[in-house]
Design a protein. Structure first.
Lengths: 335, 324
């Protein structure tokens, strides 16, 4: 089949640019992530969830805002702190909760856990727990689309810690060299586990780094969901238009430790408190109320809806079956 | 029949694959304009163009990872890594991603990726271009590891690998590229599930693969002159191992020598020896012997390198001791 024929055929997709979403939906999704993570922490303490648990609390505006720039047909690659991305992508909260329980009705059938959520149908290509490891995958996903003439783009989330990995540099270079439709989304929460960005990078300016690879880049307030959405829509449109990869840096902060095991010796409590004043949810609610875009009844409705969704998710996980052990080696290979 | 080199056979398979399947593309360092570090892909760029024969930067992790991503997204990439030593730069992608994604995703994803690489010593290239690390790959669940030792297998196994739904690692022993043999005019997919008896015998089984097959055959020839009839088994596929073939041969000969260019510690030879012990202990008339590389980084000087690698003479000496 020629490429032109393919474009006209099954693979061809009109580049549907998502419209900015309504405020209630942005708020609802951010709140869903916040409550989901709070519940996960609680269930971790209760021993229902084990392994590593990395919470997205504080960073909700990034995942929610950025995801609004994607169509359901685009590809998403995420990190091990990916609960927020998965929820914003529309993965059912129950399947995610069940995955953390290690149940067979989890989104990875109990084989992945908190760090490895997958949903092939939603083109959510997973949570990657080796820092930087998802970037080359994103490059390859985009390469396949470009070679076929498909119009989808690949969004790749990673933390600023990944910037120290060779895979970041190799992937930026390759994506730009081959003009691949990758949207690199850097969540700069200032700490790679306990090591501050400034203590690990000689050049901390991500824009300068991106420039080194000729990748257009923009730094955005990652605590402001509307700013994130706006920047993501703009960058995604450029990537979709064939202008090669783009990078967005979201300046954000995680309010909780790196994982549940983190004693947080590396940052002063005052710093956390200062960032909490920029809480993406509280501030967004304040903004909506002051602009009279959201009344009290609507807020109550959203809150109740989220609470019910979380309850349902937990019930789904609790009720889920354990994978029978005769399935232990299932899915190691195709046959 | 047609006469062809191992190098030409791999190229012929690549050409067939590129011609027959629009999802297939070749990528790696110097595969295009240079024609391949071992001249395997010579001419393919001109034939198929730079979209499908892609020169990459020296970024093993990125281009192997890109192969994984493209495979996840419906393509059938063939990635060439210049040598197995270089593949260590991509080990994160290979082990943490390619080999785990199907399982980690509960069966939702698959990585139908082929990674080809040159392996082995014997060319005086020193300690960073000569090692034989097939055993490392063969220890990974979820992948298939191939080691074609003949010209026919070099062509046929690559075509079969393209039918697989999981990652396939193909090790081409670099000393084999100039090897010339007669093969069928018609190229077809080869069996990649079974070992093959290359020489039938009754007294001892020499188990070899890739670069050690020719050495085992030479040793078998020498042993014949000394009245010992050796069977030579070519493993061909290193994961999954064709243990029924190994056990069938050992049941016949009651003695086995594994000839493996890897280091002895943690070697494939060690794994096979253990499995023979577990499954055919009573059939053995002698402990399983191993002829492996000496445990040194590969030296440069010819006499030292020769001494470090398994050689026909070492195999012969080992077998003769078993009958002393």
């Amino acid at each position: 089949m020629t490429r032109a024929a393919k474009r006209a055929g099954a693979h061809a997709k009109a580049p549907a640019v998502p419209a900015p979403s309504d405020n209630a939906e942005l708020l609802r999704t951010m709140l869903l992530i916040r409550r989901f993570e709070e519940k996960a922490a609680e269930l971790y303490q209760a021993g229902k969830i084990r392994g590593f648990l990395h919470l997205y609390i504080g960073e909700e505006a990034v995942g929610v805002g950025a995801m609004r720039a994607l169509t359901p047909d685009d590809n998403v690659v995420a990190t091990y702190r990916e609960h927020g991305h998965a929820l914003a992508r529309g993965l059912p909260p129950g399947c995610l909760m069940a995955e953390m329980y290690g149940k067979a009705n989890g989104c990875s059938r109990g084989r992945g856990g908190s760090m490895h959520f997958f949903d092939a149908g939603r083109r959510f290509f997973g949570g990657y727990a080796i820092v930087g490891g998802g970037l080359p995958i994103a490059v390859g996903l985009a390469l396949a689309d470009k070679m076929r003439g498909d119009s989808r783009i690949t969004a790749c989330f990673f933390g600023e810690g990944a910037v120290a990995e060779g895979e970041f540099h190799e992937s930026m270079n390759l994506a730009e060299l081959w003009q691949l439709p990758v949207l690199f989304l850097c969540e700069n929460n200032l700490y790679a586990m306990g090591t501050a960005y400034g203590l690990s990078e000689a050049q901390t300016d991500l824009m300068t780094k991106a420039q080194g690879y000729k990748v257009p880049a923009e730094s955005v307030d990652g605590m402001d969901v509307l700013a994130v959405e706006k920047a993501a829509l703009r960058a995604a449109e450029a990537v979709r238009a064939g202008k090669g990869p783009h990078l967005l840096e979201f300046r954000t902060y995680r309010f909780r430790g790196h994982s549940m095991a983190d004693p947080e010796l590396y940052r002063p409590k005052e710093e956390v408190d200062r960032w909490r004043e920029h809480d993406p949810i509280t501030n967004f609610v304040r903004h909506l109320q002051s602009e009279q875009l959201l009344n009290h009844a609507a807020l109550t409705r959203i809150d109740a809806d989220v609470t019910r969704t979380i309850e349902d998710a937990v019930a789904f996980a609790e009720a889920g079956p354990w994978e029978p052990l005769d399935g232990l080696t299932k899915y190691v290979s195709a046959r | 029949m047609t006469t062809m080199t191992y190098r030409e056979a791999v190229r012929a398979a690549l050409r067939d694959a590129l011609r027959d399947d629009p999802r297939v593309f070749l990528m790696g360092e110097d595969v295009g304009r240079y024609g391949g570090a071992f001249a395997v892909s010579h001419g393919l760029l001109e034939e198929f163009g730079p979209e499908r024969v892609r020169d990459t930067p020296l970024s093993e992790s990125a281009f192997v990872g890109a192969g994984i991503g493209a495979a996840l997204n419906g393509m059938r990439p063939i990635v060439e890594v210049m040598t197995v030593n270089f593949s260590l730069l991509a080990m994160d992608q290979i082990l943490n991603n390619a080999a785990t994604l199907r399982y980690m995703s509960g069966g939702q994803l698959g990585v139908p990726l082929i990674v080809r690489m040159a392996t082995g010593g014997g060319r005086q290239l020193g300690a960073q271009h000569s090692h034989s690390l097939e055993a490392w790959y063969a220890s990974i669940p979820g992948v298939r590891v191939l080691a074609p030792a003949t010209v026919a297998d070099a062509r046929g196994m690559l075509l079969s690998a393209l039918q697989e739904e999981d990652p396939v690692f193909m090790f081409e022993h670099a000393t084999l590229y100039p090897l010339e043999e007669d093969i069928d005019d018609v190229s077809e997919a080869a069996d990649i599930n079974h070992a093959q008896v290359r020489r039938a015998g009754t007294d001892v089984t020499l188990i070899a693969y890739g670069g050690t097959l020719a050495k085992a055959m030479e040793a078998a020839h020498s042993l014949e002159a000394r009245g010992l009839n050796a069977e030579v088994l070519d493993l061909r596929t290193l994961r999954p191992l064709d243990m029924p073939a190994v056990l069938a041969s050992v049941a016949k000969t009651h003695r086995a020598v594994i000839v493996d260019e890897g280091w002895r510690s943690g070697s494939l030879a060690g794994e096979i020896a253990a499995r023979i012990m577990e499954e055919a202990f009573d059939a053995l008339d002698w402990p399983v012997e191993r002829v492996c590389s000496v445990e040194v980084p590969m030296p440069y000087a010819k006499h030292m390198e020769d001494a470090a690698l398994p050689q026909p003479a070492t195999i012969v000496a080992t077998v003769r001791e078993m009958f002393a």
